[in-house]
Design a protein around this ligand. Structure first.
Ligand code: ATP
Ligand code: ZN
Length: 297
């Protein structure tokens, strides 16, 4: 294959992962000259381009070296790894991205008696994930027939083409609407950044490293808050003990008030009103909770 000097990321052309994936890349400082109806988006600032494809094609494109990285659901990645043998083994999750959360589950008609996976023996199970389902059935010593469907798996029991299903579930609403009951979770999934086990050794490798660093910053700050407050030296210990988890706070002197300190702490996750009220009771004043926009450690 011709060597490339630009990084190429595969992502879903149109579907649940498209908007959040683009937004995440934008937050990492990547922008693209966009023509959504086309397959290819040229990166404007950094040497990073996008290939917009069906999500099912993404692992294969990485395995073949057509793309360096891909943003894809763990469900699709693991299904590929399961059935692609050696080619799939070379792929790995570089980061989990926190969107597109869902689970791959077995669901049975709500009036069917079900206690354990062995109750599925002899039944027909419809799924779009024959690799993952097959592996789970083997692990649980269940002998069932797997019926592979490309879509509309949830209506298979009603149509009589299968007895039970194994499909992606998010809220569970689709299952309820089809009189199905979720019994076993095979996989917890979310969008991941997938790539080969070892990174390219040319400039593209440097670009991947830069992207990973920016991604870590974006993922970390998405949930982070900066807490600012003032406290006297005597109440400092009590206040510090109540701070939500995170690295050691920074202390700054307050001009003209030698017994006072300004405290700055990075908190992982929301800081609730109740937490603030307790910290205030311990002696803090002038409290601010600020969202964090960018972070580079
Ligand atoms: P295409 O193959 O055209 O790219 P698709 O229909 O296979 O699209 P979507 O329905 O857009 O794909 O789902 C993409 C991914 O979103 C799934 O593989 C999964 O990781 C994730 N996802 C999150 N919630 C759900 C859900 N309730 N149903 C299906 N997928 C979900
Ligand atoms: Zn798909």
């Amino acid at each position: 294959m011709k060597p490339r000097d630009r990084l190429r990321i595969a992502m879903q052309k149109s579907g649940r992962l498209t908007e959040p994936a683009l937004e995440l890349l934008n937050r990492c400082g990547l922008s693209f000259r966009q023509s959504r109806d086309k397959l290819f988006c040229f990166g404007e600032g950094e040497p990073v381009d996008l290939l917009l494809v069906r999500d099912d094609d993404i692992p294969g494109l990485i395995a073949q070296g057509v793309c360096d990285l891909g943003i894809v659901g763990r469900n699709v990645l693991n299904e590929f790894k399961g059935i692609a043998g050696d080619g799939g083994a070379a792929l790995t999750e570089w980061r989990s991205l926190g969107f597109g959360r869902c689970r791959l589950s077995v669901a049975v008609p709500h009036d069917m008696a079900y206690n354990a996976p062995t109750d599925l023996s002899g039944l027909r199970i419809a799924t779009s994930y024959p690799g993952l389902l097959g592996a789970w059935l083997r692990e649980n010593s269940v002998d069932a027939s797997v019926i592979t469907l490309a879509g509309s798996v949830e209506i298979a029991p009603k149509l009589g083409t299968a007895d039970v299903i194994c499909d992606l579930v998010q809220s569970g609403g689709t299952l309820v609407a089809n009189q199905l009951r979720e019994t076993d979770v095979l996989l917890q999934s979310e969008a991941v950044l997938a790539g080969p086990q070892s990174l390219p050794t040319d400039e593209r490798g440097d670009m991947v490293e830069l992207l990973l660093k920016r991604l870590d910053g974006v993922i970390q700050v998405r949930e982070s808050r900066l807490l600012l407050l003032q406290t006297s030296r005597t109440t400092l210990d009590a206040v510090t003990r109540l701070l939500p988890g995170g690295p050691q706070p920074t202390l700054l002197p307050v001009a003209g008030q030698p017994d006072q300190l300004m405290l700055q702490a990075l908190c992982a996750g929301e800081v609730s009103w109740r937490q603030l009220e307790e910290i205030k009771k311990a002696g803090a004043r002038e409290m601010f909770v600020l969202p964090v926009e960018k972070m580079l450690a």
